[in-house]
Ligand binder design. Structure first.
Ligand code: SF4
Length: 372
């Protein structure tokens, strides 16, 4: 190992020891310890993080930068919970509240397929009255309307209360959803696993343990899923490392996560917003540490509706290798929270050009990261 480290040839006399060790370990392909992860968050400078994260992304994915053709369906923004960071939820009767009928959902799914998309991403509020049976019907409706679309639907946060209210075990419920058309599970709702933080920002939604159980069970049934982390609110660096550590452990066990998606807290239109937002530089540093820590999750997604298109080239220099998709102005979650791209949509040629201009190789993928 010493030989490998020497070959890297870094001259870092002024960097703290744990930062040096973390950077060298990551570049030698070794697993970071929680203490090294924390040291990188606290003390590593942007150039060091960019160097190590770029090296790691080259080892894992070469210059390939993935995107897909996708659209979202957000069935409702009514929600039985009141997370303090949420700008999406509205009360019934509010002019910006909606709940789509199955016919409306079918029509949206049909349109997405006709437009040449390969994936539909379905997620929204935890509707106060919708039942497990309704969600099964919804999936069957989408499957029938758009048989060629990969259906990535319903975060663990939406699934846990539905399954509980239906008195079903998780494995039986997920198998029924799979039979109704569910192909994979999005990564939303993970927020931050640390219980003290969760209690402050989203005390009503499912626990970290429940979130992890849903994904573990889905992986056991052969479904893939994604994982997220909401950062830049009241959490500390130790909470971020704890979050990454729990995901890394689950991935060691199942290998079922396709990608990891850090999501920056955005401040507009929610109760937590008075705290402001972290800087773009902090977003980039976070990408890099996530890339280095999650050595067993192949892809790191820079979700561009959160990031802003103009920041994509920067994200690519901090370990990101996936941009999500074309979106087609089909999601309101981040635009309601005050991002720059108020109507998130990108053409394939636009995404490809951004990637090419940044010096990487654009590659269209399907939902399982196979080249299209
Ligand atoms: S974040 Fe999700 S669960 Fe929380 S209030 Fe908003 S829509 Fe509901």
């Amino acid at each position: 190992m010493e030989r490998k480290r020497r070959l890297i040839g870094l001259h870092l006399p002024s960097a703290p020891l744990e930062v040096r060790e973390g950077i060298e370990a990551a570049m030698a392909g070794e697993r970071l310890t929680p203490a090294q992860g924390l040291a990188l968050y606290r003390y590593a400078s942007p150039p060091l993080l960019s160097l190590a994260a770029s090296y790691t992304r080259l080892r894992l994915n070469g210059l390939s930068t993935y995107y897909n053709r996708n659209g979202h369906i957000e069935p409702t923004n009514l929600c039985r919970y009141q997370c303090s960071f949420c700008s999406f939820r509205k009360e019934r009767g509010h002019p910006e509240a909606w709940e789509l009928t199955l016919e409306q959902i079918a029509s949206k799914a049909r349109k997405l397929q006709e437009e040449g998309n390969t994936e539909v991403h379905i997620t929204g509020g935890v509707h106060p009255e919708w039942t497990f049976h309704h969600v099964v019907e919804l999936l069957q409706t989408v499957r029938q309307a758009a048989p060629r679309l990969h259906i990535k639907a319903f975060s663990a946060v939406e699934l846990v209360p539905l399954v509980r209210d239906a008195n079903l075990s998780l494995d039986v419920a997920l198998a029924q959803l799979q039979a109704a058309g569910l192909d994979s599970i999005p990564g939303g709702g993970a927020e931050i696993f640390a219980e003290e933080v969760r209690q402050q920002i989203c005390p009503e939604k499912c626990t970290a343990q429940q979130w992890l159980e849903v994904h573990w069970q889905a992986h056991r049934l052969g479904m893939r899923s994604n994982a997220t982390m909401l950062f830049g609110h009241i959490e500390g660096y130790a909470d971020r490392v704890d979050h990454l550590e729990q995901l890394r452990r689950l991935q060691d066990e199942t290998g079922g996560f396709n990608c990891f998606i850090p999501l920056k807290f955005r401040a507009a239109g929610n109760r937590l917003g008075v705290r402001g937002e972290v800087s773009t530089l902090e977003v980039l540093r976070n990408y890099a540490v996530c890339r280095l820590y999650l050595d067993n999750i192949q892809h790191l997604k820079g979700y561009w509706p959160m990031l802003g298109k103009r920041n994509i080239p920067l994200a690519l220099a901090y370990g990101v290798d996936d941009l999500d998709g074309t979106i087609g102005d089909s999601t309101r979650i981040y635009s309601m929270a005050g991002v720059e791209d108020q109507q998130p949509t990108a053409t394939v040629s636009e995404l490809r050009q951004i990637v090419l201009d940044a010096g990487y190789t654009p590659l269209e993928r399907d939902s399982l990261y196979q080249a299209v």
